[in-house]
Design a protein around this ligand. Structure first.
Ligand code: GLU
Length: 332
């Protein structure tokens, strides 16, 4: 009994010492600041979102002692998935196409039933993305109209590109539910399926150069980028589209001899109103203050400018990001 009592007394006294040390912050017992985690939702690993998330994380994590923040990157189904995961709190950040950001905030397309996603916040925009269509030369697809009756991947439901493919097809009077054999696989799987002759063509809205198109254009089967017609009509109908092209120089394996005309959007970084200001501030500040280093992390970032990164944002800018833009004298 005596031993039991003395052990209890010992435990109690140790606890008192422990508690008092914790309260006495500047002495030996000071606890290190707790690390907070912020996950960035990206896309398939052969896209540009995945290395973009990696680039943001690399820059921010270099200061984890300062902010007590550690960014991690997750490969996901793409823009639509990322918007929804950010809003449900499963992800803190997501890379999202500018058109998808606009649609979510205004309750259009996939968000028509759920209504305007008012808690969506923008942080900054990133590289341009081109709505890209690649076909197997042997499939006999030389122009967009040749897609009729072919096996064409328009993208998985969580992706950004699916709606772009549907818009491109509709602008040329092609009904994806009737006139083509539409497939809905993830972009990362499409190059392999094309090379295995299980697909005739696939759409992917992505920055260039991308691993997916390098893979698809350097296989056994010859492939060709197909121009998207009626881009003037698309731009007139949808405020978030702009004309762009796919540089032939990035893909020497493709059968093309000139750049391919198409339309496109911008990649953007989004978050939710529920994410703390200091977390969004840290991410924004570190990317902008290490801008040249960031730009060198992917060739698709070559065209980025600080001012351009404040364009194409339709959801309100998160207050944490705004705090940095004000400090830096940048005007969104
Ligand atoms: N734009 C595609 C999407 O939103 C992803 C592109 C990428 O991963 O680079 O689904």
């Amino acid at each position: 009994m005596k031993t039991l009592l003395s052990s209890l007394a010992l435990i109690l006294s140790l606890c008192v010492i422990g508690c008092s040390q914790q309260n006495n912050g500047d002495e030996v017992g000071q606890t290190a600041p707790k690390t907070r985690f912020a996950t960035i939702g990206t896309g398939g690993i052969t896209g540009v979102y995945y290395p973009t998330g990696g680039a943001i994380a690399k820059i921010v994590n270099a200061k984890r002692d300062v902010y007590g923040l550690r960014c991690t990157v997750e490969s996901t189904g793409g823009s639509v998935f990322n918007v929804n995961a950010v809003l449900s709190g499963d992800l803190e950040f997501g890379v999202v196409q500018s058109d998808r950001q606009h649609q979510a905030y205004h309750g259009q397309k996939e968000w028509q039933d759920a209504g305007p996603q008012k808690n969506l916040r923008s942080v900054f925009s990133l590289h341009p993305e081109a709505v890209t269509l690649l076909a197997a030369v042997d499939a006999g697809i030389e122009t967009f109209a040749d897609l009729k009756g072919k096996r064409v991947n328009i993208g998985n439901p969580g992706s950004g590109q699916r709606e772009n493919a549907i818009d491109a097809l509709s602008a040329s009077g092609i009904d994806y539910t009737k006139d083509i054999l539409a497939e809905s696989v993830k972009a990362a799987e499409a190059p392999g399926l094309l090379q295995d002759e299980r697909l005739d063509a696939f759409f992917y809205t992505v920055g260039h150069p991308s691993g997916a198109f390098k893979e698809a254009t350097s296989g056994r089967l010859k492939t060709r980028f197909i121009a998207i017609p009626n881009t003037d009509d698309l731009i007139k109908s949808f405020p978030y589209y702009a004309k762009t092209h796919i540089p032939v120089s990035f893909y020497p394996g493709a059968a093309n001899t000139a750049d391919t005309q198409t339309f496109g959007v911008k990649a953007t970084l989004v978050t939710s109103a529920a994410v703390p200001d200091d977390v969004v501030y840290a991410v924004t500040k570190e990317v902008f203050e290490h801008f040249e280093e960031f730009k060198n992390l992917h060739p698709a970032f070559e065209v980025l400018t600080r001012e351009g990164m404040l364009e194409g944002l339709s959801a309100p800018i998160h207050p944490g990001a705004m705090k940095y833009y004000k400090e830096a004298g940048l005007k969104p």
